[in-house]
Design a binder for this molecule. Sequence first.
Ligand code: DI6
Ligand code: FE
Length: 411
Amino acid sequence: MSASPRWDTLLLDAHLATFAGAQPFGLIEDGALALHDGRIAWVGARRELPGAPHELAAEVERLDGALLTPGLIDCHTHLVFGGDRAQEFDLRLNGASYEDIARAGGGIASTVGATRQADEAALLAQSLPRARALLADGVTTLEIKSGYGLALDAERRMLKVARRIGETLGVEVRTSFLGLHALPPEYKERRSDYVAEVCEVMLPALAAEGLVDAVDAFCEGIGFSHEETRRLFERARQLGLPVKLHAEQLSDLGGAALVAHYQGLSADHLEYLSASGIEAMAAAGTTAVLLPGAFYALRETKLPPIASLREHGVPMAVATDCNPGTSPLLSLRLAAGMACTLFRLTPEEALRGVTVHAARALGLRDRGTLEVGQRADLAAWRVARPAELCYWIGGELLLRSWIGGTPVRPA
Ligand code: DI6
Ligand code: FE
């Protein structure tokens, strides 16, 4: 007669990259991991299991030597949008720059037009396949920004679609309100009216509807100034919402120091980040989100100051920046590989960047590592060692994944 098993599921025959503990990648060879009630209930070397597998768990699954990692977390995407910008890709290959196109009314503004035209069903239908593609390469949590509506109704529609993607796919979606992404054409001569509309009307309304998990802005010459961003952050603080920022992507406006001043979750892009920006981020504990897809697609040559971020102990996350203009990238695993090849992150840094540090960039403490008590968000891969996840360019490496203990890609 045996007592009823203490765990729902026990996973065996896997190597575990836990991103906890002192080993590189937090690696545990021939490990075991137990799931119970959607959480990780036990993790360790198989030989240390406190009993026979079938007595410990209602179900025992063998993963045939797979590598098990935390589910990947894409902490910066703009994947809800209408249309595409393949036409501008063509223009850029014929000599125009991203800024030329933006100033000529293309760029973000053209996606705003297509997004405003799409109703909720159309926007969902266009955006879902992109989210599915991310999930197919191991993502279990993703952030989605608004910022292609730039008017209350259209921003609301984007954020609702973001939530519906989460419900449809059973994945957790964190939303960021990016009303200060671009100046909408109807406000061309009235910048300060638009900033006021965003701060005093749109943000409070959308926050009250529960559609906003964080507040973001594009602090840039072609976006919004330091002062305009500061005004938004003041409003976010009053509403008790965390902030993050597109900072120092094309020039240095001191955005990183500004977001650090507001104890921001993250400063993102950072190619033009200054020494004082790094110090401010280190002091505030603001995560650096690196977006090698945009660096690649824009053929940027200025590298973010990786060595200095590393020296100052600033946590580095990596994300796709999935968007129609500067990063039509649908694989977070490939973003991690690009962070290695283009930015010289080590595979361990890049993989921490899409797990534990990405969780941090979203203010989430219950995921991103394989540790007891964490959400059972897991990915099992057909690879022998963690570096392979960054090394292979393309390929179907994901065997299966679990979100909150529920399998999403059955074998
Ligand atoms: N920085 C980016 O890379 C994206 N937004 C931003 O603020 C680009 C968005 C786009 O071009 O549609
Ligand atoms: Fe972005």
